[in-house]
Design a protein around this ligand. Structure first.
Ligand SMILES: NC(=O)c1ccc[n+]([C@@H]2O[C@H](COP(=O)([O-])OP(=O)(O)OC[C@H]3O[C@@H](n4cnc5c(N)ncnc54)[C@H](O)[C@@H]3O)[C@@H](O)[C@H]2O)c1
Length: 314
């Protein structure tokens, strides 16, 4: 039975804790947050307000870090130095030097480390990568990825709107799409970039050149509470693969439309879109690698490094 601890019981922990709780071969034994009231919802866990004390008093196999971005690398290193496997929320850090620091600590202490870059486990994006890898609809010609919303107002101590602690839209929001692009398609060149940044809003628009094709991407925290949307549209030689308006659709050049937005019940051209929770997928993947002592093949340090180099250059 693997023993798990989680630190940072804020917004995103609400997507992680239920997954750990549902798993049979491990137990979430303790949680830690500087705000005691955040932990009241989980009375059956042991509570700590100090991470060092939690590490001292408990024996863990896995630590899950759901802290604000600027704390991820230091807390990960601290846990791994105690021989504990670590999964942390994205991004690994705001500083590219941290990739080497974190991975060398993992190697030295013979533990596993993974960043919860959830799009790598999101069914629509997994399917897109599969279509690209198999060339089922021919070569990729162009792509568009967007992630738009309003300025976040819920974070503890307003850390999200503080550039030094969150990196704002590039590191908090656009990183999802950029990380997926680097994972799925390789290392791009930035051929166009535009950013409008004011104290109450942040927007970026970029063009990435992958050699044979280019991808246009936008991300925003607009000033009003713009309803969140994350979409993509990819043009292949023989079809458009789009995930827009809440629907994943393949539109072939002969105008046949395959709607994958519902779990496939009939014939969908041999492609099924599983109805699954991407947060559960990433946590199950990591726990499985720890349990069976498998390498974290779905994530390479050089990909994380490339993403941070691009974001640091914007
Ligand atoms: N993958 C996703 O879809 C996704 C979505 C949202 C957030 N995130 C990431 O998750 C991370 C957390 O974001 P959030 O929205 O949950 O933020 P949040 O502000 O809601 O939660 C952070 C929590 O950390 C606690 N905390 C701060 N300093 C601490 C310390 N030293 N020790 C213990 N607890 C401490 C705060 O009290 C707070 O409860 C961020 O890095 C963000 O990028 C990922």
């Amino acid at each position: 039975m693997l023993k798990v601890g989680l630190v940072g019981v804020g917004g995103i922990s609400g997507a992680h804790i239920p997954v750990w709780e549902e798993m049979e071969n491990l137990e979430l034994i303790a949680i830690c947050d500087i705000r005691t009231e955040r932990m009241e919802k989980y009375p059956q866990k042991r509570h700590y307000t100090d991470f060092d004390e939690m590490l001292e008093k408990e024996q863990f196999d896995i630590i899950d870090i759901c802290l604000p971005t600027y704390l991820h690398a230091d807390f990960a290193v601290k846990a791994m130095k105690k021989g504990i496997n670590v999964i942390t929320e994205k991004p690994i850090s705001l500083k590219k030097e941290d990739v080497e620091r974190v991975y060398s600590t993992a190697k030295k202490n013979n533990v596993k480390f993974m960043v919860a870059q959830v799009l790598r486990f999101w069914p629509e994006y997994v399917l897109l990568k599969e279509i690209y890898d198999t060339k089922k609809y021919g070569k990729l010609l162009s792509g568009s990825m967007i992630r738009l919303g309003g300025m976040p107002k819920w974070s503890w101590d307003g850390w999200m709107s503080d550039e030094k602690r969150s990196g704002l839209v590039p590191f908090d929001l656009h990183i999802h799409d950029l990380d997926f692009m680097v994972y799925a398609f390789g290392m791009p060149k930035v051929t166009y970039q535009y950013r409008s940044k004011l104290p109450n809003q942040d927007y970026i628009c970029l063009n990435y050149d992958f050699g044979d094709f280019s991808i246009h991407s936008e991300a925003s925290w607009y000033a009003p509470d713009y309803p969140f949307k994350a979409e993509f549209r990819f043009q292949f030689e023989d079809a458009i693969v789009s995930n827009e308006n809440g629907k994943m659709i393949i539109m072939k050049n002969d105008n046949t439309v395959i709607d994958l937005s519902q779990e496939a019940e009939g014939d969908t051209g041999n492609i099924n879109l599983p109805k699954s929770n991407a947060y559960a997928n990433e946590i199950h993947y990591f726990a499985d690698c720890v349990e069976k002592d498998l390498p974290i093949e779905k994530m390479k340090p050089e990909e994380l490094q490339c993403v941070l180099e691009i974001l640091n250059s914007l």
